[in-house]
Design a protein around this ligand. Structure first.
Ligand code: 13P
Ligand code: SF4
Length: 299
């Protein structure tokens, strides 16, 4: 039996659903029931009726699914896959910020630990950060941990944002020089980038989107695209919108953590029901409030 058939059989036996982020390896995306961005995956984790969710992404994504679904079994096939940006802030840092800016609500990018979410008022993803910030009652916001997403959101709000100085090491490798070179090499193509990119890269782009936003944009533009985000998304772009060409903005934009899943880790996860993600209840309930508020505002 092929490993793909093994996964299909185990999935049926376990009544499981496989969710995968757009940056996963192509073969993992191909066996998933749903592939999407952080927001779409959170929604899917809530809406799906499966008893078991196998979450192929990095740790904060499986954690979010577990926070939102205490009655479902959430499995992370690669629990060692973390997000370095999420590790750039702690719950103690958030408490310190709340003392420093007592009038400001805390907006927490989902790329964060459950403990950090528990200290926050509302979560956001790259697809709804602007909407979430603008939904706050006050005129000040604390935004953690991504300084680049905060900088992007600041352009579309009159609220004053106090940003934590975290960043994504993968998107950090995409430079303004890369944009200049790519535009010269592919003069007819448009540059679309993720808001985790450096501000100067965002300023030079023709469009700024979450990963699902890029998939949607590719469906409607007739032009070839230069892609300023993690390279895994090109698999889905080529599969769903094969009519145009895609050029990675930088060959270095690879997130090693996102590549830790494989057909083997997914099969073993279903075979041995590992690694189950359980969040301590006192943290889970507080973190869930911040995620629920995002799901309410962000849709
Ligand atoms: P998206 O929500 O746009 O998929 O982004 C998640 C992420 O980790 C980007 O680096
Ligand atoms: Fe984290 Fe960046 Fe990897 Fe996304 S691409 S999971 S933000 S390190």
């Amino acid at each position: 039996m092929s490993i793909i058939d093994e996964v299909i059989e185990l999935k049926k036996a376990r009544r499981a659903v496989i969710l995968a982020h757009n940056y996963q390896r192509g073969e993992v995306q191909d066996i998933a029931d749903y592939v999407g961005d952080s927001f779409g995956l959170s929604q899917k984790a809530v809406d799906c009726e499966a008893e078991v969710i196998v979450f192929c992404g990095v740790d904060f994504m499986a954690e979010s699914a577990a926070i939102l679904n205490p009655d479902k079994i959430v499995l992370n096939p690669a629990p060692e896959a973390g997000c370095p940006m999420a590790r750039m802030i702690t719950a103690a840092d958030v408490k310190m910020l709340k003392n420093k800016y007592p009038g400001a609500e805390v907006v927490c990018y989902v790329n964060s630990s459950a403990e950090v979410k528990a200290e926050s008022d509302v979560c956001c993803t790259s697809s709804n950060a602007v909407k979430v910030v603008n939904s706050l009652k006050g005129d000040e916001a604390i935004f953690v941990p991504d300084r680049n997403l905060a900088h992007y959101a600041q352009k579309f709000t009159s609220k004053r944002i106090h940003a934590w100085q975290g960043y994504c090491p993968t998107h950090h490798l995409i430079t303004a020089g890369d944009v200049l070179v790519a535009k010269m090499e592919h003069p007819g193509a448009e540059v679309i980038v993720h808001p985790e990119c450096r501000p100067e890269v965002v300023d030079m782009a023709d469009g700024v989107f979450s990963t699902d936003g890029m998939i949607k944009y590719a469906k409607n533009t007739g032009k070839d695209l230069i892609i300023g985000t993690e390279s895994g998304i090109i698999h889905r772009l080529m599969k769903e919108n094969p009519g145009i060409r895609y050029y990675p903005l930088s060959p270095y934009a690879v997130c090693p953590n996102m590549k830790m899943n494989s057909l083997e880790t997914v099969r073993d996860s279903l075979r041995y029901m590992k690694t189950r993600i359980v969040i301590p209840e006192n943290i889970r309930t507080r973190a869930k409030k911040a995620l629920d508020r995002m799901l309410e505002v962000g849709r």
